[in-house]
Ligand binder design. Structure first.
Ligand code: BTN
Length: 329
């Protein structure tokens, strides 16, 4: 039996497939295997969610043109082509942080691939204890719950996998090829368009679950906030054309799923290779602010995803966390 969101997504799909033609209540009821009363309740709930559904007692229902397209779990479910990531969606108009919510859901047993999405966040969290500017209506804020059968040392690899999935998705929506900055910022023309915050619960020898929180600046005006001025960019503003959020989210889930399945089957080698293809830091001067400060020449990453830096003394240091800045090219 489909859940409520899936049933409503199916109704929206049916109505869209019929364009300007009406779909009778009976057809919907038969297609979904639900009663006419249940159909009516879904129509009311969809109207409350902002869909303009016109009804005629003799002909049935038709979806009128709506602008703008709502961003909600029904839209995402109706456009999704994955079988794991996003099969269960928790959508919020406004929430403190999708990562906080996803950690809570994961602790109470949410399945591998469950996602949390919000229209806006009022306490968005970034790496290294920073905030993440999360105005409503413009960007993507989502957290993916994963239950990979890996030891905790491999968690960094999952972080790089997330960066690859986000960079590939950004690349499909931007004429300019994105780059990654270690470990997982995604940049267009040296300005950050996406950030990833990975959190996890683990035991000594295995990961219980991970939450990959992804924030992508899609349509916000980067000048709209002091916090983001100069350093941030948004894909839509770079392109001069808004990015449709549902389309971006579904593409991201689909690309993410492909990389996730690849890593479970073949290990992380293909992920590292792809990550390197988005990284332009090798051979450049780099400075890392972390527990200790390090400076040197960036040599790339090792087999566990750590950043390798040759210090002026010639020693090679392995960096596992910190804030990286490169001298400009
Ligand atoms: C960074 O500092 O670069 C990481 C930013 C991560 C932001 C995303 S938005 C969705 C999810 N929820 C949060 O509170 N943070 C992450």
């Amino acid at each position: 039996m489909m859940d409520r969101t899936s049933q409503e997504a199916e109704i929206i799909r049916l109505l869209r497939a019929n364009g300007e033609g009406h779909v009778s209540g009976q057809t919907i009821s038969r297609t979904l295997g639900i009663s006419r009363t249940a159909v009516w309740k879904h129509i009311v709930s969809l109207r409350n969610a902002g869909y303009l559904i016109e009804g005629s007692p003799r002909k049935g229902y038709v979806l009128a043109d709506r602008h703008p397209v709502p961003f909600n779990s029904v839209e995402i479910t109706s456009a999704l082509d994955t079988d794991l990531i996003g099969r269960e969606i928790f959508f919020y108009e406004s929430i403190d942080s999708t990562n906080t919510k996803a950690m809570e859901l994961a602790r109470s047993g949410a399945a591998d691939g469950t996602v949390v999405v919000a229209d806006g966040q009022y306490k968005g969290r970034g790496r290294l204890g920073r905030g993440w500017y999360s105005p409503p209506g413009v960007n993507l804020y989502t957290s993916i719950i994963l239950r990979p059968a890996i030891p905790p040392e491999r968690a960094q690899a999952m972080t790089l996998l997330s960066a690859v999935a986000v960079a590939e998705t950004v690349g499909r929506f931007s004429p300019v090829r994105p780059h990654v900055k270690w470990p997982n910022d995604v940049l267009i023309a040296s300005r950050k368009v996406a950030g990833i915050l990975t959190e996890m619960s683990s035991e000594t020898d295995r990961v219980n679950f991970m939450v990959v929180g992804i924030g992508v600046n899609l349509n916000m005006d980067p000048e709209s906030s002091d916090e983001t001025r100069r350093v941030a960019a948004s894909i839509g503003k770079e392109n001069g054309r808004d990015v449709e959020r549902t389309n971006f989210a579904c593409t991201l889930y689909s690309v993410f799923e492909r990389w996730y399945k690849t890593s479970l089957k073949e290990g992380f080698k293909p992920v590292y290779e792809a990550w390197k293809g988005y990284f332009d830091g090798v051979g450049r001067e780099v400075r890392i602010k972390g527990f200790t400060n390090t400076e040197g020449i960036c040599l790339g990453i090792d087999g566990e995803g750590a950043l390798l830096v040759r210090r002026p003394s010639g020693d090679i240091e392995r960096i596992i966390s910190g804030d990286v800045s490169f001298s400009t090219l």
